[in-house]
Write a new protein. Structure first.
Length: 166
């Protein structure tokens, strides 16, 4: 209980909107996707995920650990290819750096792949996992949206981390 409250207050102090973003890639993503008025789902994080899929024109998805979300995506996005390598998007509840390294060595991810991590502030352990992931040299762009986070593999971009209110 206290962890979530303190974690949220820290998030609010560090977070920004599109005015604090100096990366063209992230600025466009925030303004044209995350802040668009389109409402695809009642849940903030699921709505942001569905808008992101459309914005990045994602076709190949892997969902790990959230069967309900996979069913929702198959229903709303029937052209989606589930579990077909290499993935444009992997949706996970949590994972570790060794898993990321394995995905890359097995060519499950490519340049411009996105990893959507749910519940990054659920508890101290998931937040520590998130922080370890954003420090990884394999991840170049990370966006903490409190309820969820987005990790991007973009070799052409300088490593940056953003904390964005959605």
């Amino acid at each position: 209980m206290w962890f979530k409250l303190i974690s949220y207050l820290k998030f609010l102090l560090k977070s920004t909107n599109e005015h604090g973003v100096h990366s063209p890639f992230v600025f466009n993503y925030v303004t044209q996707c995350l802040y668009s008025k389109k409402k695809l789902h009642n849940s903030k994080d699921t709505n942001a995920l569905l808008k992101s899929i459309s914005y990045f024109n994602i076709k190949k998805i892997e969902t790990l650990g959230n069967q309900g979300l996979q069913e929702l995506m198959q229903k709303q996005l029937p052209e989606m290819q589930i579990s077909v390598n290499p993935f444009d998007l992997i949706v996970v509840d949590h994972f570790e750096i060794s898993t990321l390294e394995q995905w890359i060595s097995e060519n499950k991810l490519h340049n411009d792949s996105m990893i959507w991590v749910e519940s990054i502030h659920k508890n101290k352990e998931t937040l520590e996992q998130w922080q370890a992931l954003i420090r990884s040299p394999l991840i170049t762009v990370s966006i903490n949206m409190y309820h969820c986070g987005a990790l991007f593999i973009r070799k052409e971009q300088v490593k940056e981390h953003f904390t964005i209110r959605i």
